[in-house]
Design a protein around this ligand. Structure first.
Ligand code: MN
Length: 199
């Protein structure tokens, strides 16, 4: 299987003004594309052609020693970005349904969840991601994960996500990660999150 970039569900400029066109284009056509290319090299070197990305990310321990790091980093980088793009939309839809109920049950109200998620994304030291996931007990949890490690490799089911690597926001927001996180709330696709939550 050759891993390709997924088609974006919106144009580069459609997430403006919250997510600028230049960053989206470079992030997708350079950063994400490089993860895909390097993943394909690692898959070939490992003789792992034919495995799905989920199979790869959940069986890293069985990978040939020399390819393990490359499969983790580029496989995670490839898939994390696929999930990230799919988690965004030009105009955030607002949240309702079963996911909203589960968030309210866990955090009391949406605003408290949003505060906790923002704090986790802001507090993550260095490169990585903040995720809303379902954990192994099937409960919602906010986690931050370093570099390109996939939540799937850790037994989590991803619901929604923000990329807090500097490449994700530096062109527009410079060193002010807090502004990027604030902007991100305007482009979260809660319908997609709900779909992942109930499936
Ligand atoms: Mn990124």
């Amino acid at each position: 299987m050759i891993f390709e970039l997924p088609k974006l569900p919106y144009g580069f400029s459609e997430l403006e003004p919250h997510y600028d066109s230049a960053t989206v284009e470079i992030h997708y056509s350079k950063h994400h594309a490089t993860y895909a290319a390097n993943l394909n090299k690692a898959v070939e070197a490992a003789g792992w052609q034919g495995k799905s990305i989920t199979e790869i990310l959940t069986s890293l321990e069985e990978a040939p020693q020399q390819q393990k790091a490359a499969l983790r980093n580029h496989g995670g980088g490839y898939h994390n970005h696929c999930l990230f793009w799919e988690s965004l939309c030009p105009k955030s839809t607002g949240i309702n349904g079963k996911l909203a109920e589960a968030i309210n049950a866990k955090w009391g109200k949406f605003e408290s969840f949003a505060e906790a998620f923002t704090a986790k994304a802001l507090g993550h030291f260095g490169s990585g991601w903040a995720w809303l996931v379902k954990n192994k007990s099937n409960e919602l949890e906010i986690v931050d994960i370093h570099d390109q490690v996939s939540p799937i490799s850790l037994g989590f089911k991803p619901i929604t996500v923000i990329d807090v690597w500097e490449h994700a926001y530096y062109l527009k927001y410079k060193n002010v990660r807090a502004d990027w996180i604030k902007a991100w709330w305007n482009i979260v696709d809660w319908k997609k999150a709900e779909e992942r939550f109930i499936n």
